[in-house]
Design a protein around this ligand. Structure first.
Ligand SMILES: [Zn+2]
Length: 131
């Protein structure tokens, strides 16, 4: 199982979903990896990014056409990464784990992004772990 090391106090082997037992700091991934369930291709983000038809074409060269030009935004905050639906496309909202995204939501390791009611282009979020 994946673990992280606290950069504040150097405590090691903390599970990703747990805070540091010494200084109570939460894990802040240095990056996020999006992996297409279908093609297994990945995109790695280190900074906030707006994704849609252009940015996600390489993940799935067939299904990317269902996306809006700007479908969703992934942002790096102080304490967490977040996702926001910015497509404003009736019939093709962005879903996180099967629920339409409303507002700005924290993302967790293993969350699944999909598009529209048919849940096209399922993409799994994985946290990048710093060595
Ligand atoms: Zn710590």
């Amino acid at each position: 199982m994946a673990t992280w090391k606290c950069r504040n106090c150097d405590f090691k082997d903390i599970p990703l979903d747990k805070e540091c037992p010494v200084c109570l700091r939460k894990f802040m991934p240095p990056g996020i990896i999006l992996q297409s369930e279908k093609t297994k291709k990945t995109i790695t983000l280190h900074i906030s990014h707006t994704l849609g038809r252009d940015g996600l074409k390489e993940l799935d060269p067939e299904e990317y056409v269902v996306l809006a030009r700007c479908q969703f935004r992934i942002s790096k905050g102080e304490l967490s990464w977040t996702i926001e639906d910015i497509a404003n496309a009736p019939g093709f909202p962005t879903f996180l784990d099967g629920r339409a995204i409303e507002g700005v939501i924290d993302v967790k390791n293993g969350n699944m992004i999909s598009i529209g009611r048919e849940h096209k282009m399922p993409m799994k979020i994985q946290f990048l772990i710093e060595e």
